[in-house]
Design a protein around this ligand. Sequence first.
Ligand code: SAM
Length: 260
Amino acid sequence: MSWEEVDKGWGDQAHVWASIMEPRWWPEFDAVLRATEVGQGTNYLDIACGSGFMINMAARRGAQAHGLDASGRLLTLAKRRTPGADIRHGDMNALPWSNETFDVATSCRGIWGPNQEAVVEAARVLKPGGCLGLSFFSAGRESSQIGKAFHAIRRISEHEIEWSQQLGEIGLEGRAEEMCENAGLVPRDRQAVQFDLEGADIEHEIRAWMSAGPAWMAIQERGAEEVESSIREELSQLEEPGIGVRTQVQIEYVVATKPT
Ligand SMILES: C[S@@+](CC[C@H](N)C(=O)[O-])C[C@H]1O[C@@H](n2cnc3c(N)ncnc32)[C@H](O)[C@@H]1O
């Protein structure tokens, strides 16, 4: 799929992603913003920024916030969230900023296994001494609680079986670090952050997952009803009376510096 087509999947339920899915990842955004020391006056870029929750968190810390995503409909919401930020529509493999512009660039589950070129682009726009924060699912997510959501989609979608494996390879030991080194960056030790995705009930959970790009692909292949019932079957196992559906997730991240 070319970057111009990304909005078909990610944009279809953009308002749902923005309001009930993206905010649930705040512990990951917080960990990466802390590790990259985003604060007052940081010239900051979020790559594949989605509907811009992380951009908003960075702007509240005093950063000059910028973002880029391929989904125009997600970006409409990102701009609404943080009107003062510089938010652009485009491809992470061809960033529309000059060399050595940013102190910090991040990408949370936006750059994946096959996206070496995007890491090279991120390195290009960093100032010497600047850093890239990259976060991704820990390898082994298949057997974790978050794996249930991906399994629900993958088991009914031919496209997602193969594609999701390639995407997830960034979580393999040493792979993200290697991608940074290939781009001339110097990675520090990998860190991890754990949290629960909180859903009020199974209907809330289904709505949240149906708004993600991979679900859209599966919906095209098998229809919304089948995708919905597959998600219901997997995630209702996590529902607890009076608690809702809590799904444990483990994210890992690497911070890599551009040599001076
Ligand atoms: C899993 S979402 C992550 C979004 C956001 N970082 C977050 O944490 O909520 C992946 C994002 O990558 C974007 N994307 C996919 N391919 C892209 C490309 N070639 N260039 C820019 N953005 C892309 C999608 O539109 C989507 O917003």
